[in-house]
Ligand binder design. Structure first.
Ligand SMILES: O=C1C[C@@](O)(C(=O)O)C[C@@H](O)[C@@H]1O
Length: 147
């Protein structure tokens, strides 16, 4: 049975490709989904790919992933900087957690420099554009081969 990686996306990432392209680039979330499907196939992984603008959806999906996923890749978007609830949900998981940000949050406004989620994340990828999702999947594949 293939191992399962949940890829969860937070608020406003549905606007990827349209929203501030000078920061987030021109590829859409659907493009990212397709790229992830292709890479996961190569690595023999199954992915569950979701986006929500609602914090409670992300918490429910992390709780679902706690039972169903072998690894979690999450771009919590603005909730990275505010959500102790998402941190708590992730902290209840024993599988690897990889945090992704399309932009380099450390080169942006000061309020983006701190992420609650990073306290739990095994790895953080920021500033690699949407390629960051592929790097995260690659890392998840390595960790899951080791486990
Ligand atoms: O919505 C986002 C996207 C983001 O997580 C990124 O992918 O670069 C960075 C966050 O600060 C921002 O709120």
């Amino acid at each position: 049975m293939a191992k399962v990686v949940y890829i969860l996306n937070g608020p406003n990432l549905n606007l990827l490709g349209k929203r501030e392209p000078e920061i987030y680039g021109h590829q859409t979330l659907n493009d990212v989904h397709q790229m992830c499907v292709a890479q996961a196939e190569n690595d023999g992984l199954d992915i569950v790919f979701r986006q929500s603008n609602a914090e409670h959806d992300l918490i429910d999906w992390v709780q679902e992933a706690r039972e169903a996923a072998h690894a979690i890749i999450i771009n919590p978007a603005a909730y990275s900087h505010t959500s102790i609830a998402i941190l708590d949900a992730l902290s209840a998981c024993t599988c690897p957690v990889i945090e992704v940000h399309v932009s380099n949050i450390h080169r942006r406004e000061a309020f983006r420099h701190h992420s609650y989620v990073s306290q739990k994340a095994d790895a953080v990828i920021a500033g690699c554009g949407v390629e960051g999702y592929l790097l995260a999947l690659q890392r998840a594949a390595t960790l899951l081969k080791e486990s």
